[in-house]
Each structure stands twice: as C-alpha cells, then as structure tokens.
Ligand binder design. Sequence first.
Ligand code: 5GP
Length: 115
Amino acid sequence: MAEKTLFEKICDREIPTDIVHEDDLCVCFKDISPQAPVHFLVIPRKPVARVAEAENSDQALLGHLLLTASKVAKDQGFAENGFRLVINNGPDGGEAVPHLHVHLLAGRQLEWPPG
Ligand code: 5GP
C-alpha cells in the first residue's frame, strides 16, 4: 500500500492539527503557515493529488469542497466581509503538497493579482 500523504495523516488524526470542520468527505483545518488572519485548508479525505488529477467521478466531491469552504466561512462569521478560495496546481501554480487542497483566506484586504 502506498505511504500516506501528509494530508492523509492529518485526516486520520495522526498529526496534531487544528481541525475546524470534518465530515465524511473532507476535512478543514488551520494552515501551519497562515498567509492571512484566517487561512484554512479544505481537503478531500480521498487522496486526489491535484485538481488536474481529478476524474469525472470526483465531480460531486469537488463541489463539496467549495460548498464546505463557503459553509465554514459563514459559520465562522467572516463570509460577509469576503474571503478568497485558491487551488494551486503543479509547479508553476505553487503547489507544494500533492494532496488536493482549497486554501480559504480571509481577515484582511487581499490583493490582486497574486504574486
Ligand atoms: P500549496 O502550496 O501546496 O498550495 O499549499 C500547501 C499548504 O499546506 C501551505 O500553505 C502550507 O503552509 C500548508 N502545510 C504544509 N504542511 C502542513 C502541516 O503539516 N500542517 C498544516 N496545518 N499545514 C501545512
């Protein structure tokens, strides 16, 4: 069996992490190196490496990640001021961890375009 990814270990609570939401399909936790006052990651329990590796059968799962990010933003009270969702894909996209994750950033005015 392939070795678990870092984020699979977080899903399985093998690495202590500040989890803010979890359900059957995904886990949302605080980023270890926050780039904004709020910086969470929403990840599927299924180890999809990156969005480019997702398959048609993952359609509902991908939708669930976005809806979960929105729900967390509302539940935690920062949806009204706004937030940003980011998915980095591959080397040029800035992906460092090969387990699909949606960054949820909020709590300050975010700039555009990103660096
Ligand atoms: P990427 O650059 O792949 O889009 O983002 C990976 C993110 O995972 C980074 O924001 C990084 O700070 C975060 N990260 C890496 N290792 C850990 C960890 O062990 N725990 C948590 N909570 N976040 C991590």
